[in-house]
Design a binder for this molecule. Structure first.
Ligand code: AMP
Length: 191
């Protein structure tokens, strides 16, 4: 099973992906997590990505796609959850090509819908409460991330709608309610 969890920053993609990993034998592929690991390791890639991420802009497609290719090739799993990828139409088209080459198929794109006001509140609270404050979790950078989401990332929705692979879930409810809706959608997919 291969799915994409799609949605704006702060929608709960990471939280929901983690719950699916625990329940089903799927591997989470979060490009944001991969980049943060590279920064922690102090690698060249991490150095390149760090300032871009701190501004809330998108890291180049070349970097992202080579990370994804490597992870897909080296991972043994019953399936994958993409979280935070693809983030523009070029990445979406490239993903189709990569999956085709590996004889894999994307099953479903689940959009977690949350409006901007709720997202800004969530990220402000996350910044206040969390001990692990992310350097890109502040109001100014979030607004930039949201703008990029609306300008570039949302452009991939028609692409997946045309393929009849996009479903929407109301993300403005409890974590459990959102999880249960996602699991309901996954029941329609063959393993
Ligand atoms: P995330 O953890 O998914 O919110 O990602 C944090 C930051 O990493 C983003 O604001 C981007 O700077 C960068 N990033 C993560 N995934 C991608 C991607 N697929 N394409 C480009 N940049 C990305």
């Amino acid at each position: 099973m291969i799915i994409i969890l799609f949605g704006p920053p702060g929608a709960g993609k990471g939280t929901q992906a983690q719950r699916l990993v625990d329940k089903l034998n799927l591997k989470q592929l979060s490009t944001g997590d991969m980049l943060r690991e590279a920064i922690t390791e102090g690698s060249e890639l991490g150095k390149k990505a760090s300032s871009i991420m701190n501004r809330g802009e998108l890291v180049s497609d070349d970097i992202i796609l080579s990370m994804i290719k490597d992870k897909l090739r080296e991972s043994r799993s019953d399936g994958f959850i993409f979280d935070g990828f693809p983030r523009n139409l070029e990445q979406a088209k490239a993903l189709d090509k990569i999956l085709h080459e590996l004889k894999l198929r994307l099953d479903l794109v689940i959009e977690i819908v949350v409006n901007d006001e709720v997202l800004i509140n969530r990220i402000e609270n996350r910044a206040k409460e969390s001990k692990n404050v992310r350097s890109d979790d502040n109001e100014e950078v979030l607004k930039n991330r949201l703008n990029i989401y609306h300008e570039s990332t949302e452009m991939i929705k028609p692409y997946y709608l045309d393929q009849k692979k996009l479903v929407k879930i109301d993300g403005m409810r409890s974590i459990e309610q959102v999880s249960s809706d996602i699991e309901g959608q996954l029941q329609n997919i063959e393993k």
